[in-house]
Design a protein around this ligand. Structure first.
Ligand SMILES: *[C@@H]1O[C@H](CO)[C@@H](O)[C@H](O)[C@H]1NC(C)=O
Ligand SMILES: *[C@@H]1O[C@H](CO)[C@@H](O)[C@H](O)[C@H]1NC(C)=O
Ligand SMILES: *[C@@H]1O[C@H](CO)[C@@H](O)[C@H](O)[C@H]1NC(C)=O
Length: 499
């Protein structure tokens, strides 16, 4: 009797403690230690539902994500996810926000305030413009950046968010290029005044200078760029800069920025990498082997905390890979590779093994991707294809055919293969509308996957259904698991009492 009473007591206390413990388990801060994040761009006709993308990042324990705008679906899906978020103000919006505190208030209210708070999106940064100083913009956005920052900052103060959310400006590296050695780094003369003000702003708010670094582009644009200098395995062409020796372009570029910042009096400003990555096709040096070598080398380098010659032991604050997913509607003006920057394909399939330093040597693929039915459009083998030119032109203007070109995964599939590929690309873009496979009778729908070797004939994504997947459900699942654990513990205690 006494033993039973004591057992009941123990059970009660244990259950109470377990309940308290379960309530105390926080759901969000898991990501706090991760320094590697991703850019989530959405210039694609085959967009996975935002909750599927968020789940993909969570499954791979990616703790930080950078958006190029304030996409409503993305921010909704990020609520309760635990991911730290950088939202973006597009360059086109800078002028209006710079001119009007009310416009800034509206932007913050609409695109930040309503997503944050308990169970909300963990927005940490707002990117004011995206590479607004790019030379090719010819100064179009330059003068709006600081006034827009000032207005947004005031809006954040009013919304009581200024202590938590910081403003940054992702800069392209051509803001300071053309130095022969890193110590010679200076900002472009037309930018010195603006960047000095920007650095002062960042310094006073404790925000990092955000820069995008692309050794791939250096290699792609210059035939005498030493190939191994783009990677992280040491280089037979190191850059010697006084006492400092540089073995990779990333460090050289980083320290060029450090030098440029020093010259305007902000040599100590923390630096984050807004974009860095390597495309997997669309140019000879854009391939899976190179992309894997670069990205893995970069991550290992950053996580080793080695830093650079000018900042030994101080790696960049955060590094956002470019990019999470392929975006097949991006402009090919820079080159065909522009649509193939993803670590994952458009549908969330890992392109190569990658260890993000978070415990897994490989990446997990996206789950529950809502594909269209498994069917494809190909060239009708029974038809003479002599008059196909105009159809091809239309298909490849609207849809993506970049994989057909030199350096692409479908470059060697023959003329008929080319035609089929283009037809299918267009058919999937049009969400498998039967008429879009007509091509004056030259096209034909098939249920047999026409993919050849590495050349994948895609099946599009059905984005017509509104998704019912809840990305934040994970937290309640975890709580449920903990309840079960608590009951097991109670069970053991009970056995202990009766022994
Ligand atoms: C919020 O952000 C979206 C996406 O970037 C933009 O289109 C919209 O104009 C913004 N809303 C306001 C009120 O500024
Ligand atoms: C992949 O790119 C690297 C880096 O430019 C190059 O050395 C290599 O030859 C390429 N591999 C193939 C198979 O094209
Ligand atoms: C297929 O198309 C690509 C891109 O236009 C071209 O480079 C390639 O030579 C074509 N193949 C054949 C066999 O026509």
């Amino acid at each position: 009797m006494a033993a039973a009473n004591a057992g009941a007591m123990v059970r009660f206390v244990a259950a109470f403690l377990a309940a308290v413990l379960v309530m105390m388990v926080p759901c969000a801060p898991r990501a706090a230690a991760a320094a590697v994040g991703v850019n989530w761009g959405t210039v694609s006709a085959h967009r996975m539902p935002a909750p599927v993308v968020v789940e993909l990042m969570r499954a791979n324990r990616i703790g930080r994500v950078k958006l190029f705008d304030a996409d409503q679906a993305a921010l909704r899906a990020l609520m309760g996810s635990g991911l730290q978020v950088m939202v973006g103000i597009t360059n086109e919006m800078l002028q209006g926000i710079a001119a009007s505190p009310a416009a800034a208030d509206a932007w913050v209210a609409r695109n930040v305030s309503r997503y944050v708070g308990p169970g909300g999106a963990d927005i940490r940064y707002i990117a004011v413009g995206n590479e607004p100083f790019l030379t090719s913009y010819q100064g179009q956005f330059q003068s709006y950046v600081l006034p827009a920052m000032t207005n947004i900052q005031q809006s954040l103060v009013k919304a009581n968010l200024a202590r938590y959310i910081k403003l940054v400006v992702p800069c392209n590296a051509d803001a300071y290029q053309s130095a022969s050695v890193p110590s010679q780094g200076v900002f472009r003369p037309d930018l010195i005044q603006i960047i000095t003000q920007l650095a002062a702003f960042l310094s006073s708010s404790g925000a990092p200078f955000v820069v995008n670094i692309y050794p791939f582009l250096s290699l792609y644009q210059s035939s005498d760029f030493p190939q191994d200098y783009a990677f992280f395995d040491g280089s037979s062409h190191p850059v010697v800069d006084g006492p400092n020796v540089y073995y990779n372009a990333f460090d050289g570029n980083f320290d060029t920025l450090v030098s440029a910042l020093s010259k305007i009096g902000y040599g100590q400003l923390p630096i984050a990498i807004g974009e860095v990555g390597w495309p997997t096709e669309g140019a000879p040096s854009a391939n899976l082997t190179a992309a894997r070598a670069f990205t893995q080398g970069l991550i290992s380098h950053v996580l080793s905390n080695k830093g650079t010659p000018l900042r030994p032991g101080v790696p960049p604050m955060d590094v956002y890979l470019f990019s999470l997913l392929d975006e097949e509607q991006k402009s090919t003006l820079p080159g065909n590779f522009e649509r193939h920057w993803g670590v994952f394909s458009f549908d969330g399939q890992a392109k190569y093994p990658l260890n993000l330093g978070l415990g897994s040597p490989v990446l997990k693929n996206a789950k529950d991707v809502p594909y269209l039915p498994p069917r494809w459009c190909v060239a009708n083998p029974g038809r003479d294809l002599n008059n196909v030119e105009n159809h091809l032109k239309l298909a490849c203007t609207m849809a993506d055919c970049t994989t057909l070109y030199y350096g692409g995964s479908c470059n060697a599939i023959g003329e008929k293969g080319n035609i089929s590929y283009a037809f299918n690309s267009y058919y999937q873009l049009r969400k498998q509308d039967a008429q879009s496979c007509d091509f004056d009778g030259l096209g034909m729908i098939t249920y047999l996957d026409p993919s050849i070797g590495d050349c994948r004939f895609l099946v599009g994504i059905d984005d017509s259904r509104t998704s019912t997947i809840y990305s934040s459900g994970d937290c309640s699942r975890r709580r449920f698991g903990l309840w079960i654990l608590a009951f097991l513990v109670i069970g053991f205690l009970q056995i202990g009492v009766y022994l």
